[in-house]
Design a protein around this ligand. Sequence first.
Ligand code: GLN
Length: 294
Amino acid sequence: MGGGRSIREAYAEAIQWLKARGVQDPAANAELLLQGLLGWSRTQLLLNWSEPFPEEEMGLQWQQWLGRKALGEPAQYILGEQTFYGLPFHVGPEVLVPRPETELLVERVLALGQQLWPEPGAAPALGDVGTGSGCISVTVAAGRPQWRVYGSDISAPALETARRNAARHGARVEWLEGDLLEPYVAGGIDLDMLVSNPPYIPAGDMAGLQPEVQLYEPHLALVGGEDGLVLYRRLADELRRLPRLPQLVAFEVGQGQADQVLALLRGVHAWQQSEIVPDLAGIQRHVIVYDRSR
Ligand code: GLN
């Protein structure tokens, strides 16, 4: 460690160091970690490039973080945080790191819910199944405080993280522990909207994933059985057992799954409307079905 290096120099050295160890996107990772280390936004970082790097206070932490990154750990787990829909979320190895494409699902559901329940006093009920970090349920509850929002997960540690995230953002969410729709069926909970980003990676494809995902993210949150569609099939079956069929169902899906998932949902009910929404990479990412009126 050259004494008296600037922040810019520490950054440049970190990029070289990570690169030499085969880390993908070394610059983006170094920048994200540096922002987290200093507690600065990107703008603050750029404005203070030439300041001395706080070696004494943070040099050790910085080396430890770079070491973890070199072993393949996602920067979000190192920082314990990921921004989703403009809000910071606690994340740890018990939950999937929220992905930017899921923000598009939230955006569409907020807009459609507003269209379907436009009255000022309307309080439709929404369930987020497999809530993980709570990124979907918490952003929905934060954006539409009058809605009744449920978040459920089979994993108790995931729910604990989701709870912390709701508290952090003052979002009112009712948490349910259980498998897929079982807690709603058991509790006789009526849902107007059902949203889920379930595990959808075919078991056989796990080996081909980036090591960052494969080695560090929870397999419970990733693997969707042999063909990736097992959880969608079960969700479609269990929809029939709810006290009442939700008026809107919105699922995130994996590449190449949209048509099959739409067919599964059409097997449950003749929905008046359906949409397949592409993500920013052009992949058919969200399957949404709903009835305009009931
Ligand atoms: N609902 C969470 C998310 O969208 C977790 C999803 C999951 O673990 N499969 O990020």
